[in-house]
Design a protein around this ligand. Sequence first.
Ligand code: COA
Length: 194
Amino acid sequence: MKSLKSLATKLKVNLVFPITRSFISFSTVLILDRSSKVSLGKGSRIRGFCEIYMEKNSELFFGNSAVLMRLGEIVVTEGASLVVGENCYIGSNANIRCHKEITIGKGTKIAQFVSIIGGQYEHSDAEKVIEYKRFQSKSVSIGENVWIGVGVVILPGVKIGNGAVIGAGSIVTKDVESNSVVAGNPAKQIGLRR
Ligand SMILES: CC(C)(COP(=O)(O)OP(=O)(O)OC[C@H]1O[C@@H](n2cnc3c(N)ncnc32)[C@H](O)[C@@H]1OP(=O)(O)O)[C@@H](O)C(=O)NCCC(=O)NCCS
């Protein structure tokens, strides 16, 4: 892992990491601050044309056999951490913005074009400009064995319980109970898994 980091720091782009333990595709771009930590579990894979940006003291953990499919973009800002549990699958064109802590429990399956958003601009005062100085970082927690449909957006601060199902195209604005099926904008419960 140490050599991966120093190589990535030197190259800044197009890191190749074709070893048996884990795999990062040729065409993936990793931009890592020297103080960031990246840990890839056995059999984990990061497919082509992904872009991963890691700021100061940020952490990224991919559990064993976790997969990030092509064209995913991951940003982990200063001091933040993203944990992807073992056997998670993240479909192509994922957009993950981690500003505090994002955890994805083991076995969770995420379809294509899903956004997981860990922050937003403070916007209540119309007199003040919208700027990064007043950015609010919030954690997002996604449980184990969750299924997230295509095109879902998960907003800052949301907690999704184990075994939940999120219907395609949903905007998740509030916490989701374990084993519930939610859908729509804003996402509402449409069923319960037995
Ligand atoms: C959420 C989902 C699993 C629900 O399937 P289901 O349990 O069979 O539910 P139903 O199709 O019977 O729908 C129940 C109700 O919810 C509504 N509904 C279902 N999915 C919805 C969605 N994504 N957005 C809004 N409403 C939805 C249905 O219109 C129906 O409403 P009605 O009772 O007023 O007629 C499914 O609709 C879905 O979105 N699957 C995701 C598929 C996907 O993204 N695959 C990617 C590859 S893994």
